[in-house]
Design a protein around this ligand. Structure first.
Ligand SMILES: NC(=O)c1ccc[n+]([C@@H]2O[C@H](COP(=O)([O-])OP(=O)(O)OC[C@H]3O[C@@H](n4cnc5c(N)ncnc54)[C@H](OP(=O)(O)O)[C@@H]3O)[C@@H](O)[C@H]2O)c1
Length: 364
């Protein structure tokens, strides 16, 4: 992978069609005053990145890093090093953490630079939510210890959502539920929430994890769910208790079975993910609470107002470090290097051939 820049692009109408395209050599890319060229070092890849592609048109994910007409570059969380700079504030050699495309390089336009971070206000990324266009300058970063370098892009963005759902549920007194059912319990965002709920013992609801038959033993081994069952065992759950469901799977048949089993005892139905991206969506008119989308930035904004930005960062940071210490023993890092390895991991993830105990770190 020398000479030219490289992009992994996905056909937006048929996510199984992918290709690598070459661009100019890094030295030939024109930089305007204030811009930098970052060389992408490594990035994480989970089902969440497939969801970015599935929801690319609906939720605007394709607009971050444009590609040729009809194709898109999937956003990923990872690390990059500045290899050329026309910025007076960001020097060559700086290492960054944040949101990148599945590419070898990215032209960025750092603005609102502080010792710890900057916003990338390059063209189409100017309007993005700061969650996505804030980059951490790692030389002064204290939030995540270097020992978690690989685990951080795999788990930290997902755990932020897990933390916010846990906090939002507690903030709403669990809507009166004494039992929480989590769908796609083996997903990293799912077990992040289960971890948060398990930390509330003896307060909070008991936590049931539903997963595919092949993932039951893995989910049991985590120790943060009270009960773990496969999707075909929904009918065995206690339907007499007020129950809430948090859905990371987006599988309409599974969600419908949960609603029909609990009926009016289903007091809250929160939709977070689409890990079963090719499954049918839920029918309308299901019994129990009406399913609705969880929007993490709303809860983040509420808590930043109440706790202050520093207070929010401190609570999230403390919770992340406790989770990461556990999760480091649950997830084993698998490194994939080169275009073929990246294409293969993408195809396997798309097809649902996933080992939930593995965390993928990819590099060109
Ligand atoms: N809204 C938000 O703010 C937000 C934030 C973070 C994550 N999410 C969403 O939460 C979901 C989980 O993301 P993640 O990155 O945590 O996942 P992950 O750890 O990569 O999840 C792997 C699990 O997802 C299920 N799965 C994945 N692909 C599948 C397929 N094609 N067919 C059937 N099952 C499949 C399997 O779980 P089971 O066998 O247990 O079903 C698998 O073990 C994603 O849809 C993601 O976008 C949303």
């Amino acid at each position: 992978m020398t000479g030219t820049t490289q992009d992994f692009i996905v056909n937006r109408a048929d996510l199984s069609r992918t290709k690598w395209v070459s661009g100019p050599a890094p030295d030939d890319i024109a930089l305007d005053k204030g811009q930098i060229l970052a060389e992408i070092e490594k990035f994480a890849f989970t089902a969440n990145n497939i969801t970015y592609a599935v929801a690319g048109d609906m939720l605007n994910y394709w607009s971050f890093f444009p590609a040729e007409a009809g194709w898109g570059r999937i956003p990923v969380w990872g690390y990059a090093t500045v290899v050329r700079s026309r910025s007076s504030e960001i020097a060559e050699g700086e290492r960054l953490y944040g949101y990148f495309p599945m590419s070898s390089h990215l032209v960025m336009q750092p603005e609102k630079v502080t010792p710890g971070s900057f916003l990338d206000l390059y063209k189409q990324r100017r309007e993005l939510h700061p969650v996505y266009n804030t980059y951490t300058r790692l030389k002064s970063d204290k939030a995540s210890p270097p020992a978690l370098d690989d685990l951080r892009p795999i788990l930290n963005p997902l755990y932020t959502t897990s933390f916010l759902i846990d906090d939002w549920l507690a903030d709403n007194e669990f809507f009166g539920a004494t039992q929480a059912v989590l769908l796609s319990a083996s997903s990293k965002t799912g077990f992040g929430l289960a971890f948060g709920l398990s930390q509330r013992r003896p307060q909070g609801p008991t936590v049931v994890g539903l997963t595919s038959p092949g993932n039951v033993e893995f989910v049991k081994s985590l120790g943060c769910y009270d009960t773990v069952l496969s999707y075909d065992k929904i009918a065995t759950l206690d339907a007499g208790q007020p129950t809430l469901v948090v859905d990371f799977a987006g599988d309409g048949d599974v969600l419908a079975a949960v609603h029909r089993h609990f009926g009016d005892k289903l007091v809250e139905s929160t939709q977070v993910g689409l890990s079963h991206w090719d499954a049918p969506r839920p029918p309308s008119g299901l019994p129990g609470a009406k399913p609705h989308l969880f929007f993490a930035p709303d809860q983040a904004r509420k808590r930043m107002e109440e706790w202050g930005k520093d207070g929010f960062d401190a609570k999230l940071g403390e919770s992340w470090r406790a989770f990461a210490a556990k999760a480091a023993t649950w997830v084993s890092i698998e490194h994939g290097k080169g275009p073929d390895a990246i294409s293969r991991v993408y195809a396997e993830m798309l097809a649902g051939r996933i080992n939930p105990a593995a965390g993928n770190i990819l590099s060109l």
